[in-house]
Design a protein around this ligand. Structure first.
Ligand SMILES: CC(C)(COP(=O)([O-])OP(=O)([O-])OC[C@H]1O[C@@H](n2cnc3c(N)ncnc32)[C@H](O)[C@@H]1OP(=O)([O-])[O-])[C@@H](O)C(=O)NCCC(=O)NCCSC(=O)C[C@@](C)(O)CC(=O)[O-]
Ligand SMILES: NC(=O)C1=CN([C@@H]2O[C@H](COP(=O)(O)OP(=O)(O)OC[C@H]3O[C@@H](n4cnc5c(N)ncnc54)[C@H](OP(=O)(O)O)[C@@H]3O)[C@@H](O)[C@H]2O)C=CC1
Length: 918
């Protein structure tokens, strides 16, 4: 209920920022410009005191003494009406500074500075130091200005604020401003910002209100101390707390909202708001009100009650004629203090009395300081807001329920133990973002990543390096790397040598995930990365057995790429749903549309296993000797000798051909081999090496320049692959009826044929392209390659494609289309095809692993699917181009305002939106 009130209030402030800000500024301006003498004269009883205060203020500043009677009087009256203290402040403060004063104020100032430092450290831990730092500074500044205005209004001398400022710094809690700013600015549009601010106040408001009450009552105790200067300072502090509270609840959220409002570009907010309603973040924000730690809340409530009792009792006890006697009881030395402060007596007794009287001052200030310290330690230790939200969100709850086993919980608890970090970068909680919320329900580790990043291990000081090395190399039970803490392992790695090179951690530790975690920490430190830089790069839940010694070295993690599907695709009578991994919005949609058009009549294909190639470069002493070697290899009999050697290296690799090019005394021997279901580069390289040995036996003067002489030609554009082929050669064909062209692609055959001729043929010829007579074959090739674990770099040669179109049927209104791809380098065995995700995608196509009976058939089938998918993408894009739909569709699917703004703009300001374009 209370939370909802705060929420409504926050919503109001955020949605009416101008009104709130102008209202507050107007009130402040009124206070600053009001004629305080008139006002105070008119007010009850304050006039006299103010007059004296003003006078004293003036004198006080110069250090003039005030008659004891007047001071005393003031003090007395101040206890009857606390606000009186404002006008009396100068009286109190003008008292001459003695050694104790100097020490005391120094401590207060130091504490304030340290506290500020602590606050900024906390803000840094929360996330962006710039945004949050500015938020914190803004709160301090605005609170100070408002407090000044009120103090001036109450008739005090502003010159005395130098002491009060430190109290102001001590009572302001910047972390809440940081939290609210972080939450507000994580919104991607005005509606989200408003909702985030409302949600933030709903969450923070009740706790902050209670904190404020406790602080006011606690610090208010100082106003009962009987020590006049302390009373005045405490009144400043109380006022600061109250003003800071009001600023935080009104001015601050309004300003946050305004920042966003002013910096966005004219977007249609009704549309954006509609979109925002569905966002995951908002869903999590509308969940049940977050409760602060109930134990702490109860303690605070009890404290509040107790302090109220103290205040009521004290003020009743001090009222009326009783006051003087009570005052004497509580502070018997006060009058002495006042008079003694103003004597220049050097007598020991006077000094003792002065110190004794000041000790009351010290004691109460110490109580206030201790109370503040207790507040930091006990009450400010609440979970960061992002954690609270994460815990509360329905998505997170579901994710937690499904993911967190008791064992995991236990591990997490262990990992929450204080870290023993030997490296400088300690990963902190990441910025709270929509993306983080959105990803909470997928089974990646990102949600708990920051905690798991930390170095873990038994809490004990690291053992000496030699001892750690002995344990590392020991084979005894209870020894070995598992018994070393992360910090000890880091020290071994940092020491260098061969014991545990950074790139071998996984195998040395025999625990890949732990190894990767430690490497991330070390690299973060060595690369002097900002805290949390690697948080977005997952590394857990990866089957490292399938990665190590197969796919990657020096692993830091893995990059998740979205996988979509295009289909159904009717190919040679079979239906396929083709997985595509891409970050190019609109690509899958386009291919999907193409599949729809093609599948009405279905695609037919032919495939040929051209063979994988490897062409070493060898050199002979003379051209004649090179020519002799060439003819030796090309003779049938010798070719068989070489083939036997080649084939001996694999159960599936079989030498198919040998093309030799001569360039001076150099030979480029292009071995062509079928490689079963593997793409075959390793296999053919292995075979080529063995074949070269045989040739060298025959020609000992042959010099092997390089196993790869670029005549192969792998991963580089080359005409030879276009002409002779490489891997699999596939040709697909299809006819698309005029009706389908109209209904699905919104075009006709004639227009497409014309465009294909001028763009894919004419345009590519003008560009001097080889193998590029297509619109975007590389798009589909790469997306399917990534999804199915192919070598991504082989998209270069594999994307060779000629797309042809003709008008078809009697009336020439249908379309006949072919795609010819002579060099598709694909495999269903080896490389990345064995990784779990990639393997699942191959499974989806029914081509995972080796073909059970006919080795090579799975790879060929995959090549056919790739070519048919390319055809679908080609058809759809060509239709989009003739319809001038390209830019429109990409603005809709390929440019998210959230992604663009969060990448380029720390304030998440929307820099573009499809709603303005489409
Ligand atoms: C593999 C190496 C580096 C071994 O090289 P090496 O000299 O045997 O290794 P080493 O054990 O003596 O270590 C030397 C250094 O290599 C690094 N190193 C060594 N091992 C690791 C590891 N596991 N993880 C990370 N770093 C490693 C490391 O820096 C190490 O120094 P250290 O730190 O020990 O003082 C070397 O043989 C090599 O560079 N091979 C070439 C592999 C390659 O480039 N493959 C690319 C694919 S080929 C292709 O796709 C295209 C192609 C070929 O067809 C194109 C064409 O036609 O030309
Ligand atoms: N070395 C190089 O120059 C290059 C390497 N690459 C990389 O090479 C890797 C791919 O090499 P590739 O040779 O395809 O794969 P692999 O190196 O993984 O070799 C395939 C393995 O699978 C076995 N196998 C089992 N069943 C079959 C089957 N039905 N058909 C074929 N092989 C089968 C083979 O047996 P057997 O041992 O009997 O042959 C062989 O051991 C990729 O990671 C790629 O990135 C890429 C470009 C160049």
């Amino acid at each position: 209920m209370i939370g909802r009130l705060f929420r409504a209030h926050g919503e109001f402030c955020a949605s009416h920022p101008w009104e709130v800000i102008v209202a507050l500024l107007t009130i402040t301006a009124c206070m600053l410009t009001v004629d305080k003498n008139n006002t105070l004269d008119a007010s009850s009883g304050l006039g006299a005191a103010t007059a004296s205060a003003a006078a004293a203020g003036g004198s006080g500043a110069s250090g003039a003494a005030i008659p004891p009677a007047s001071v005393g009087g003031s003090a007395t009256s101040s206890r009857h009406r606390p606000c009186h203290g404002w006008s009396q402040s100068c009286d109190g403060l003008e008292a001459e500074y003695n050694a104790a004063d100097v020490i005391l104020m120094t401590i207060v100032r130091c504490t304030a500075v340290l506290y500020c430092y602590y606050q900024f450290c906390s803000l840094h831990r929360l996330g962006s130091k710039y945004v949050l730092g500015i938020a914190g500074l803004f709160t301090v500044f605005s609170s100070f200005i408002f407090t000044t205005a009120i103090i001036k209004f109450l008739g005090s001398d502003i010159s005395e604020l130098k002491d009060a400022l430190f109290f102001l710094l001590l009572v302001i809690d910047l972390s809440n401003s940081g939290r609210l700013a972080q939450l507000a600015l994580s919104g991607s549009n005005q509606a989200e910002v408003t909702q985030n601010i409302a949600r933030g106040l709903e969450l923070l408001g009740p706790a902050i209100s209670l904190d404020t009450i406790v602080e006011v009552l606690l610090v208010g105790v100082g106003t009962l101390s009987g020590v006049q200067r302390l009373e005045v300072l405490c009144m400043f502090a109380v006022l600061s707390v109250l003003v800071n509270y009001v600023v935080f609840m009104t001015f601050y959220p309004a300003c946050l909202s305004l920042i966003f409002d002013l910096s966005r570009s004219g977007v249609d907010m009704s549309v954006v708001r509609e979109k925002a309603k569905g966002s995951l973040l908002l869903k999590s924000l509308t969940e049940e009100e977050q409760k602060a730690n109930p134990v702490l809340q109860r303690v605070k409530l009890i404290m509040t009650t107790g302090l109220m009792a103290v205040h009521i009792y004290s003020r009743v006890a001090f009222s009326g004629s009783d006051y003087d006697s009570v005052d004497k009881t509580l502070s018997p030395t006060l009058s002495l203090n006042v008079s003694n402060n103003r004597t220049e007596s050097g007598e020991i007794t006077d000094i003792i009395i002065k110190w004794l009287t000041m000790s009351a001052d010290h004691i109460v200030i110490s109580i206030v300081l201790i109370a503040l310290v207790v507040k930091f330690i006990c009450f400010d230790n609440r979970d960061p807001l992002p954690d609270q939200l994460r815990q509360s969100g329905p998505v997170a709850i579901a994710a937690k329920a499904s993911q967190t086993t008791p064992i995991e919980e236990e591990q997490d608890t262990q990992k929450r133990q204080p870290e023993i970090s030997a490296v400088p970068a300690v990963v902190r909680a990441p910025l709270f973002t929509i993306e983080e919320q959105s990803s909470a329900n997928v089974s990646t580790q990102t949600e708990l990543l920051p905690l798991r990043h930390r170095l873990v291990g038994p809490i004990r000081p690291p053992r000496p390096l030699q001892e750690c090395l002995d344990i590392l190399n020991s084979t005894e039970d209870g020894s070995g790397p598992a018994s070393l803490s992360d910090e000890e392992i880091v020290s071994i790695i940092q020491a260098g040598g061969t014991h545990c090179p950074l790139y071998k951690i996984e195998s040395v530790l025999d625990d890949p995930e732990r190894g990767v975690r430690i490497r991330r920490q070390i690299i973060s430190g060595r690369a002097k990365m900002q805290v949390g830089r690697l948080d977005g790069l997952p590394y857990e839940h990866l089957d490292y057995r399938r990665v190590l010694n197969a796919c990657c070295e020096n692993i830091l993690g893995y990059v998740p790429i979205p996988v979509g599907y295009a289909g159904p695709l009717l190919l040679d009578g079979e239906t396929f749903y083709v997985p595509m991994a891409t970050t190019e919005g609109a690509l899958v949609a386009s291919t999907n549309r193409g599949c729809k058009a093609l599948s009405v009549r279905g695609v037919r294909s032919v495939v040929e296993d051209v063979g994988m190639t490897r062409a070493p470069c060898v050199r002979f002493p003379s051209v004649a000797r090179a020519a002799e070697a060439k003819s030796w290899i090309e003779s049938d009999e010798n070719y068989q000798l070489v083939k036997t050697e080649f084939d001996s290296t694999s159960r599936f690799g079989r030498l198919k051909d040998c093309h030799i090019a001569m360039d001076g005394p150099q030979l480029y021997i292009r071995f062509v081999a079928i490689t079963g279901d593997a793409m075959g580069m390793n296999m053919v390289s292995k075979g080529a090496e063995m074949a070269l040995r045989r040739i060298k036996r025959q020609f000992p003067d042959m010099q092997i320049i390089s196993l790869s002489g670029n005549f192969c030609c792998d991963k580089k554009p080359a005409a030879i692959n276009w002409i002779k082929g490489r891997g699999k050669r596939v040709v697909t064909e299809c006819t698309i009826s005029a009706a389908t062209l109209r209904s699905v692609l919104k075009t006709d055959a004639k227009t497409l044929v014309e465009c294909n001729k001028l763009k894919n043929m004419g345009g590519s010829a003008m560009a001097g392209s080889i193998g590029g007579n297509n619109a975007h074959a590389a798009n589909m090739v790469t997306a399917v390659f990534l999804a199915t674990g192919q070598d991504p770099a082989q998209n270069v040669t594999s994307s060779n494609c000629s797309t042809a179109m003709e008008c078809w049927a009697e009336n020439s209104e249908d379309l006949y289309m072919t795609c010819t791809m002579p060099s598709l380098e694909v495999g269903t065995v080896g490389g990345g095809t064995g990784l779990p995700g990639q393997s699942a995608c191959l499974e989806m196509l029914g081509v995972r692993g080796a073909h059970a009976t006919r080795p090579g058939d799975n790879a060929k089938k995959l090549a056919q699917i790739v070519c048919a998918t390319v055809m679908a993408g080609e058809l759809s894009l060509m239709a989009a181009l003739v319809n001038s739909d390209l830019v429109k569709s990409h603005m809709r699917h390929n440019r998210s305002s959230v992604a663009v703004s969060s990448a380029n703009n720390p304030l998440n300001v929307t820099v573009s939106s499809c709603s303005t374009i489409s």
